[in-house]
Write a protein that binds this ligand. Sequence first.
Ligand SMILES: *Cc1c(COP(=O)(O)O)cnc(C)c1O
Length: 388
Amino acid sequence: MIENNAMQSLPPYLFARIEKKIEEAREKGMDIINLGIGDPDQPTPKHIIDRMAEAIYDAANHQYPSSVGLLSFRQAVANWYKRRFNVDLDAKSEVVSLLGSKEGIAHISFCYLNAGDINLVPAPGYPVYGIGTLLAQGESHIMPLKAENNFLPVLEDIPEQVAKKAKLMFLNYPNNPTGAVADLAFFSQVVEFARNYDILVCHDAAYTELCYDGFKPPSFLQAPGAKEVGIEINSLSKPYNMTGWRIGWAAGNPAAVEVLGRFKSNVDSGVFQAIQYAGIEALEGSQDSLQKMQELYQQRRDTALAGLKKIGLIITPPKGTFYLWVPVPQGYNSSDFAEEVLEKASVIITPGLGYGEHGEGYFRITLTVDKDRLAEAFDRIHKAFGKF
Ligand SMILES: *Cc1c(COP(=O)(O)O)cnc(C)c1O
């Protein structure tokens, strides 16, 4: 039996080679510092776990949930948007729950692309934008994110005939992997572009709550007219250390929310209700733990920036996300550099090429290890390579 063309063209696991190296290094008993993982290392806050523990004993939560989500969860999302962004959302028609944002990101392509339709996809970027497109038999048109444009796509560079054929556009700010942020002026340009070409914008907002120096990034839905052309996808994974729980949402354009909900009601049966109650607690309970996480990541970011400086790599401090996107030293490509850093310093970094050709020339480090280990990672690199 042979899988379909889309499955056959699914790229092999991007980091296969480096995974193999890690395994070999571990077998040799090397103490490896992994700066490659995009998964928070801290536990889910206790008050959220406690709410889950309570909800799990309620038999009413043991049955199939509604696939679009409990109205009380969707209302908590709407209330959060009002408090956080002053955006009004109707919980019933403008919010749908997701099994984590990855699920919604992958499925929205199935809802809007016919075979051969175009999705405007940023690169480097979260791989699921392109993979969902591929599985839905659409075509990705890459919007390159370059340092000289502050890692924002240049909408004027999208050829007219491509824009006319495009059905979807993905965006993600604060951005993985570049750490870049977008302002409302940019989002307003996007709204206008999407209106002109009748494109649904899907803004992946996974990192709006993980920012530095008191910076509060905007929601795409704050841009005037955004709700007419787009949805925002978000989740509790990153701000509340809930990556394993699988709960998120899409919010905004009611027609798109309905379409995604209808798709989901045919392929999944929603988020375990006990998890939805824990999600309500995350959004409406104490935000002290979020503040602590922001402080923790900020300390780590500053430790990493100091470490980078020590090895002669100076970057503009990112305003958001838990990633640093760093140009590779002269004379290396990203894969060679990552391999050498692993071999000589037992430190794992992610080569930019893992994000496709538009990531070449960079490496990514993640701030999901404690600051002593981060400092040690740079000490080791310094010892092995000196100053670049
Ligand atoms: C981590 C991440 C997600 C996925 O989050 P889940 O809600 O856990 O599926 C989505 N987008 C980006 C850019 C991410 O880095």
